[in-house]
Design a protein around this ligand. Structure first.
Ligand code: 13P
Length: 343
């Protein structure tokens, strides 16, 4: 394992003012999103939409350090024929790759899922590194509900996340470890806190068993939020505080960075929550320094508006929408975003 390379890549991915664009929707998910805005899904429509985003020329590389790609996209090219990973690298952006092959039904546990993709993973990492990838993502899905998550759901996903992370590191890819506690449901924020703590504890304990090098990895968690259907919605400030409290107690402090998923939050909530976390002050007015960089790895919260405008026919408007969200989240990296900057 090349610890130096891993640590350097991880630090670059969470460099000040920068975060990650998650453009790695599987073909199924991307196709449904295209259909929802009236576009016929195909390899070329997926390529046209994403390559237009990547070609945005307003220096978005100052806000975006890496882009997570899906297998189809990492093999596609920009309009001028430049392979997409080469194009991103030429702009100083690390190409990343989604390595899991999806969440499948967990045996004997109706409604729960375990993420697959470990078979042949070493060979796939070798190939993706050769194509230009320098980091990777694996997403586990944890649902809160009656009796859920089960111990089986927590332990199988934690084990898979740690094995994935170890294999990535062996091949020079920084693993983004993503245990996502879903916002679906009517649970309160305290329940989200407790379940998030459980999956984080299990995941980092498995990482220790598997020998994962924590300074060469990143965590992509949910924020601590009540379920979408909960009657007890929390203030943005409370969400930020509970999230920082949970992470401080359950994430190793030698991890270089935490890159949140947006998970269905509105664009502005995702930015505001990150901004509050990075702008926290102690009672003496001094900025609170967290042990890790607190950053973003947003999909929908960076691209939802850009997709709509692209579908309505304007490549340029779509690029403007993406560049705007990227710069708003860049400001949130050090607590300097405010609502008046929204357009
Ligand atoms: P969202 O920000 O849309 O949740 O997507 C991030 C992601 O990569 C989920 O795996």
């Amino acid at each position: 394992m090349d610890k130096q390379l891993l640590e350097k890549t991880a630090r670059e991915l969470v460099a000040p003012g920068k975060g990650i664009l998650a453009a790695d929707e599987s073909n199924g998910t991307m196709s449904s999103r295209l259909q929802a805005v009236g576009v016929e899904p195909s390899p070329d429509s997926r390529r046209a939409y994403r390559s237009n985003i990547f070609a945005t020329d307003s220096s978005y590389e100052n806000s975006i350090s890496g882009v997570i790609l899906y297998d189809e996209t990492i093999r596609q090219a920009m309009d001028d024929g430049t392979p997409i990973p080469d194009y991103l690298s030429s702009r100083g952006i690390h190409p990343g790759i989604k390595l899991d092959t999806g969440a499948k039904e967990l045996a004997h546990h109706s409604g729960e899922k375990v993420t697959e993709g470990l078979d042949g993973l070493r060979e796939r990492c070798i190939e993706y590194f050769a194509i230009g990838a320098r980091f990777a993502k694996w997403r586990a899905v944890i649902r809160i509900g009656d009796g859920m998550p089960s111990d089986a759901n927590i332990s199988t996903n934690a084990h898979a996340l740690a094995r994935y992370a170890a294999i990535c590191q062996e091949q020079g890819l920084v693993p983004i470890i993503e245990p996502e506690v879903l916002m679906d449901g009517n649970h309160d924020a305290k329940t989200c806190y407790d379940v998030t703590a459980r999956i984080l504890d299990a995941t980092f304990s498995e990482c220790e068993v598997q020998g994962v090098h924590i300074p060469g990895a990143l965590l992509k968690p949910n924020m601590i939020l009540p379920g979408k259907d909960s009657s007890n919605q929390e203030s943005r400030k409370q969400v930020a505080q509970m999230t920082v409290d949970c992470l401080t107690a359950h994430v190793p402090h030698n991890l270089p960075g935490i890159v949140f998923l947006s998970g269905g939050q509105s664009d502005e909530d995702a930015t505001a929550h990150l901004n509050l976390m990075n702008g926290m002050e102690a009672s003496d007015g001094l900025r609170i320094m967290h042990p890790w960089e607190l950053s973003f790895s947003y999909g929908r919260a960076l691209l939802a508006h850009a997709l709509q405008t692209w579908a309505s026919g304007s490549n340029q408007e779509s690029q403007i929408a993406f560049a705007h969200r990227a710069s708003m989240n860049s400001l949130a990296r050090n607590g300097s975003w405010n609502k008046a900057l929204e357009i």
